[in-house]
Design a protein around this ligand. Sequence first.
Ligand code: HPA
Length: 313
Amino acid sequence: MLSIFVERCRVAPCPKPAWRPMQAVVPFGWPRNMAVITATKSVRRWVHRRNPWRHGTARQETSIETVAARELRCTLARMPTPHISAQRGDFADCVLLPGDPLRARFIAERFFERPELVTSVRNMLGYTGTFRGRRVSVMGHGMGIPSVSIYATELVKFYGARTLIRVGSCGALRADLALRDVIIAQAAGTDSNVNRTRCLGFDFPAVADWSLVHSAVDAARSRSIAARVGTVWSSDLFYSPPSPLFDRLESLGVLAVEMEVAGLYGVASEYNASALALLTVSDHLRREESLDSIEREQSFVAMVELALDVATR
Ligand code: HPA
């Protein structure tokens, strides 16, 4: 018999990390991949037995009853969610959302008074602190609509966040935009299917919260930042194959391409929260220009200052 030890298997909602050795026993002589499959199944069963989330099998994932029961468990037990290990109350009402978790740390360390790390599941760092005397949080949301949708949903649904402000970058489409320009994303179209799924197969208007747009315009004016207000396109592909789509989008007045805003606005609509995205132009898709890393950081700082103005208005 061949024993396979799977170590350091963490069970999600335990108050303290519980690292325990696992053992799956498979007959000697089985092909290696069979052994791995058996071990994986055994780990799943083990995690499933001990995990109150019980999200180990596809059948349970799709059962409405189980999803509702999981939400209830989470709400009543004040448990961390599958992707966030903070306790309820650890996040402020307003959460800034950069894509990169290290940018979240940068924002917390540079701008917050007494920043506290409140979650680090998958190294997706989240912090809460104060800024100008107001409690505010920041958390990375990763890349793409599926990732931002997970974090945004858990923040609003389980952690009580009411205002989500994405601070990110984008690739400009229009000739009248330049590197470092700031875009206030009033609305987002997408090639992703998430909002159609949300809207029973029909188009859904993914729009920013009007009062946040208004605050951002005011804040930009008082900082003498010539921000552009308009529509952006959230693409599932960063490396897109050659396509006439960008020409079409440009002629339809879309300012820039990025990868998350339509998902964020969809989640905010679904949970009656407020969302806004502020984007700096880091690349020009027509002129093949891009900012270097130092310039990216400088323009990022200016945009975060604007976002914090909006967050504390
Ligand atoms: N495409 C998608 N997202 C982006 C880009 C881009 O060209 N630039 C910065 N974020």
